[in-house]
Design a protein around this ligand. Structure first.
Ligand code: SF4
Length: 753
């Protein structure tokens, strides 16, 4: 049988043979020309895998020459990079697939000389922001022995819940859950609650799915609130399908306090006051109902709570919203009419509104525009996604009954990734439900990625023992007791699934062996479980005869794909896609997964013990507002060149963007006497930092803004001392519905220095 991967293979000649040839050639007095010719005779293979420079999981083909990764390019067999509906898949594949600059720079993450190469042991017991840990290299056995000793203390004291884990998403997450269950701690936490938990909760409340996606390519009207998909790229196909939509005649409207890259391509841009998106969306709904432009049939058959919503909207007029959001009543009315009469249309909102204290209701109000006009699960509308589910884990063990430290259960729509803000607030204030002693932190620079930097540092210092598993030393690993070298995505296995409109699963596989013979993150937890002799419910030592590849293999075979890992390795591009393909109006055949089994204008009154002002998506002001002392909103955004705070040491990406600036409207700056390029002090009630001003007429005059992820003081040479970190100005602010960290709800002032 022809192996599907054969289509990816190129010249195959051994490097050692090639090197030997050169040596012999030189001895034989061959000309330089023929030596150069021999040098070109290298072994080259192309291996499909999935990117993890961000959480998108884009399909990649790695070219490996003589054991060295020489090139990364898009993999058009993987839907991530091509499209989000199967109906566009074949058509879009003709144009190839897409990757973003971060993905294309993955080689430099792999070969970064600043990578941690061996386990490191802290020898300086003192901990602090600028305190040298005085690392000493140790062997893997020494590292495991020390970690096992610390964990056994918790077992002996019958306090397994005193262990907490934090991890980047899509990185051995199910193994970490299995490990937590085996060890007996419920405190397994992941990145989502400092990212997009609010949008997920809002989409669950309205649609019953946690990541619906717009079918932009086939839409006639794209209305986007607080999202910059042409730059804040996570799924690398999104920019293209949005632009395809535009080429097909769709109108693009952006609601954002700043003139983003996407706003620059839009037909209309409305600079809104931060945190007022909900008011604008409610007033649009008011107009659509008053003008009788809603889809009565869809609403009658498929929705819950319309009458209450209509009643609530009675006085939410464009004039009411104008005073709140700054968009004129006339424009609100025309936006509403255009949205309703250009079908199919899409209204979507992401973390711009989502990382503010009224985000849950704001995003619901935006999403309900789709429901009002019936643009739900229709071509060109908001599509319900179906994420592929792996089969059952081979590790049979029930989750521990102990309560989580972070109090996730108190949040009516708390995300299963946990509540980092509450964890750190309680650690700092020493008022948690019990004591935490040990933390495992996997590829998460919490010190920079959590609000309230100084208290996060103090919180971490209260833990007795911290293990950081990362590729780099950074602000968080500097507070660790042991650092374990991590792997890049080019050195490890994984299975990637994402919510697109039809199911797929893609293989992430090592394209070379781990450079430092290190364990992958999953293998690290497996090895630890074995050394601790953790037992599953049958009483057997877990993982005693299972490698990570076996684990993935079993879960794949138990899934809908029903294939082996080897079969997935051999599938074109390393991808399995469901033969069922995209299906619209799925709600007609299956149960809508909301509480009322309908698309919800309103939650049911009994819903999740939620306060009454969340039953309908009522507009409430965000909690932290500007005042005389701190008169400016401070917003932040992701730029296409960087992921969170983890790529700033990549030389390619650093060349594209090596620092952030504080963007300010020139009118505001001039009225205060500041010059373009001036270094200023930025102050909030919770911290102070310095930033370089950059004039931008595209900033709302009451808003200052910057790119996220900069301001490192303990990362590699390319990253250190470049720009400033927004979180130094923030406090422990958490969304009361979802547990989301509220990074975008900050008010500041600036001063001369
Ligand atoms: S968006 Fe870019 S960094 Fe993220 S997975 Fe795709 S190619 Fe990689």
């Amino acid at each position: 049988m022809k192996k599907p991967l054969d289509f990816l293979k190129c010249t195959r000649r051994g490097f050692i043979a090639g090197t030997a040839t050169i040596g012999v050639s030189l001895l034989n007095g061959k000309s330089m020309k023929s030596v150069a010719h021999d040098l070109l005779n290298f072994e080259e293979i192309k291996i499909p895998t999935c990117c993890h420079m961000c959480g998108g999981g884009t399909g990649v083909i790695a070219t490996v020459r003589d054991g060295v990764v020489a090139k990364l390019e898009p993999n058009k067999y993987n839907p991530i990079g091509v499209c989000n509906t199967s109906l566009n898949f074949t058509e879009n594949q003709k144009d190839g697939a897409a990757m973003c600059p971060k993905g294309l720079s993955g080689i430099m993450a792999l070969y970064d000389p600043d990578r941690v190469k061996k386990p490191l042991l802290r020898t300086n017991p003192e901990k602090g922001i600028n305190v040298d840990p005085k690392w000493r290299e140790i062997t893997w056995d020494e590292a495991f022995d020390i970690i096992v000793r610390e964990l056994k203390k918790l077992i002996n004291e019958d306090r397994p819940e005193a262990l907490i884990t934090f991890s980047e998403n899509s990185l051995a997450t199910s193994i970490q859950r299995d490990f937590g269950n085996l060890f007996g701690t419920p405190n397994i936490s992941f990145h989502t609650n400092i990212c997009s938990a609010t949008r997920k909760a809002a989409t669950m409340a309205v649609f019953g799915v946690d990541e619906p996606l717009g079918d932009y390519q086939n839409s006639k009207y794209m209305l986007i609130f607080g999202w910059n998909p042409l730059s804040a790229v996570k799924w690398s196909h999104l920019p293209q399908i949005l632009l395809n939509g535009k080429s097909n005649g769709s109108k693009l409207v952006i609601i954002d306090p700043r003139y983003s890259e996407t706003a620059a391509k839009a037909d209309l841009w409305y600079p809104i006051i931060p945190g007022t998106d909900g008011a604008l969306a409610l007033a649009m709904s008011h107009v659509i109902i008053e003008e009788n432009l809603y889809n009565q049939e869809f609403i009658e058959n498929w929705t819950f709570g319309f009458d209450e919503y209509k009643k609530y909207l009675k006085d939410k007029t464009p004039e009411w919203a104008e005073k709140i959001c700054g968009v004129s009543a006339k424009d609100i009315k025309s936006l509403a009419i255009e949205f309703a009469t250009n079908q199919p249309s899409i209204a979507d909102a992401w973390i711009g509104p989502g990382q503010q204290s009224n985000g849950f209701n704001s995003i619901r109000a935006v999403l309900l525009l789709n429901v009002l006009v019936g643009s739900v699960d229709e071509p060109g509308g908001m599509m319900m996604t179906e994420e592929f589910k792996l089969g059952e884990s081979p590790i049979r063990i029930s989750p521990p009954k102990k309560k989580r430290f972070d109090g996730k259960e108190k949040f009516p729509f708390g995300h299963n990734s946990g509540v980092y803000v509450e964890t750190f607030r309680q650690l700092f204030e020493e008022n948690g439900p019990y004591k935490l002693d040990v933390a495992f932190i996997t590829m998460s620079n919490l010190v920079l990625s959590m609000p309230n930097t100084s208290q996060v540092v103090e919180g971490l210092k209260k833990l007795k023992f911290i293990v950081v598993n990362d590729n780099y030393l950074n602000e968080t690993s500097n507070l660790a007791d042991i650092v374990i070298p991590g792997t890049t995505y080019l050195e490890r296995f994984g299975l990637v699934t994402r919510g697109i409109n039809w199911e797929y699963v893609a293989l992430r596989q090592p394209v070379i062996k781990p450079l430092f013979n290190q364990y992958s993150e999953a293998e690290f937890f497996i090895e630890l479980a074995k050394r601790l002799e953790l037992k599953d419910q049958s009483g057997q030592v877990a993982f005693s005869n299972i490698r990570y590849e076996d684990y993935l293999d079993i879960r794949l075979q138990r899934s809908k794909a029903n294939i082996t890992l080897d079969e997935l390795k051999e599938a074109p591009g390393g991808v399995w896609t469901s033969p069922e393909s995209t299906e619209y109006r799925r709600y007609e055949k299956t149960v809508i997964k909301t509480e009322t089994k309908k698309f919800q204008f309103s939650l049911s009154n009994s819903s999740k013990n939620i306060s009454l002002n969340y039953i309908l998506p009522e507009y409430q002001q965000r909690r932290w507002l500007p005042d005389k002392k701190y008169p400016y909103y401070l917003i932040s955004w992701k730029h296409i060149t960087h992921t969170h705070s983890r790529t700033q040491n990549n030389p390619y990406l650093s060349e594209l963007k090596d620092q952030n600036y504080l963007y300010i409207n020139p009118m505001t700056a001039n009225s205060l006497g500041f010059k373009d390029g001036e270094l200023v002090g930025v102050i909030s009630p919770f911290g102070e930092t310095k930033a370089q001003l950059r004039f931008s007429p595209g900033m709302h005059p009451e808003v200052l803004g910057t790119e996220w992820g900069f301001g490192h003081w303990a990362f590699g040479d390319y990253a250190r001392e470049k720009g400033f970190a927004v979180n130094q100005l923030n406090k422990f602010l958490v969304d009361e519905v979802t547990g989301q960290a509220l990074h975008k709800e900050i008010c500041v002032n600036i001063r001369k220095i």
